[in-house]
Each structure stands twice: as structure tokens, then as C-alpha cells.
Design a protein around this ligand. Structure first.
Ligand code: HEC
Length: 165
């Protein structure tokens, strides 16, 4: 009986546990890289004219512009050591554990992509390590990440969207 209850709790928790990979404990030691978004430096609010940007960037702004008044604000792109070379090469070949982060600095949130068996896994954590994944359709669910990161043809190569400058 007790084992059944424990199993039930475990199943319930796993059904709600959103993020697909562990919190990247050492994220503060990752290096920032230059990408189109990093160069812009911030995600704007919903009034910004983004019509000259590629469609995937327009959808990114549309997805997140309303999270707070003034928009999500300052961002940076961080990659750990094992992701640096593959990120620069943009050939879709990442070793296990390779991690890159879209750091929403003003929101204090980490959008995390981690590789396992060369497959991208998506996670959302607060800077201090709380799982911040949300419901499907909220923009904060791993499947929402996956949908955009695979939905624009070759714009994203095996989960990596930006081209490093
Ligand atoms: C509507 C589209 C869209 C959604 C939804 C989206 N992203 Fe992205 N993401 C992008 C684009 C475009 C970039 C490249 C921005 C740049 O650096 O120029 C990017 C960049 C990233 C990066 C930096 C590495 C890279 O791919 O270049 C990470 C990490 C990332 N996203 C994780 C996530 C996670 C986790 C989620 C879900 C919570 C998510 N993204 C949701 C479009 C999206």
C-alpha cells in the first residue's frame, strides 16, 4: 500500500515537473557569446517595431513581450565550455552535457538548452535554481521551446537558433 502511494506521488510529481534537464549549477562561469539578440541586448515590449527582423525573432518578441510592462528586458547568451566550439561551428553536433543559456537578466530567469545523446532538452529555471517551467502554451513549457526551435526550418540547427558573430 505504502509503496503504491509513494509510486503515485512520484508519478504525479514527474507529470508536473516541467524542465527536461538539471539546473546548470555553474552557469555564472559560462562565457557570453555574441549573437544577433545579444547584440540588440534586450527583448522589447509589444509596441516595438520588429517588422525588419526574421520571422522567428518576430515570434520570439510576440511570445514574450507581455511578460511584464516594458518587456522582458536585458538578455545575454551564455555557453559552457563543452558547447563553445559546437556553438561557433553551428553543425548541430553537441556532446552530452553541452549547455547554452538565454539569460533573461532583468527577469532573473534562465532559458536552458542541454544535450543528451545529441538531442536538445529544454529547461526553465530561476537564477537561483527553481524550476520555472509552465503549462503548455505559456511560452515557458519545454514543448513551447521545442516548437519554435524546430519550427523554422534550418533557422535552428539541432536546437541552436543563433549564429555566433
Ligand atoms: C518563438 C520562438 C522561440 C521560443 C518560443 C523560444 N526560443 Fe529560444 N531562441 C529563439 C531565437 C530566435 C534564438 C536566437 C537569439 C539570438 O541569440 O540571436 C533563441 C535562442 C535561445 C538560446 C541560446 C542558444 C541558441 O539557440 O542560439 C537558448 C538556450 C534558448 N533559446 C532556449 C529556449 C528555451 C529553453 C525556450 C523555452 C522556454 C525557448 N528558447 C523558447 C527563439 C525561440
Amino acid at each position: 500500500m505504502l509503496r503504491k502511494i509513494v509510486l503515485l506521488i512520484a508519478l504525479t510529481l514527474s507529470a508536473f515537473a516541467g524542465s527536461e534537464s538539471a539546473y546548470p549549477t555553474h552557469w555564472k562561469s559560462y562565457e557570453s557569446v555574441k549573437t544577433p539578440l545579444a547584440t540588440i541586448g534586450a527583448l522589447p515590449d509589444c509596441n516595438a517595431d520588429v517588422s525588419s527582423l526574421p520571422a522567428i525573432y518576430q515570434e520570439t518578441v510576440a511570445t514574450y513581450c507581455a511578460v511584464k510592462p516594458g518587456g522582458p528586458g536585458a538578455v545575454e547568451i551564455l555557453v559552457n565550455k563543452s558547447a563553445k566550439e559546437p556553438y561557433a561551428k553551428r553543425n548541430g553536433k553537441f556532446p552530452d552535457g553541452a549547455t547554452m543559456i538565454l539569460h533573461l537578466k532583468d527577469l532573473k530567469v534562465l532559458f536552458v538548452t542541454t544535450y543528451k545523446g545529441n538531442k536538445p532538452l529544454y529547461s526553465i529555471y530561476t537564477e537561483s535554481g527553481q524550476d520555472a517551467a509552465g503549462k503548455p502554451g505559456s511560452g515557458l513549457n519545454p514543448n513551447d521551446c521545442r516548437k519554435c526551435h524546430t519550427g523554422y526550418g534550418a533557422f535552428c540547427v539541432n536546437g541552436q537558433c543563433a549564429t555566433q558573430k
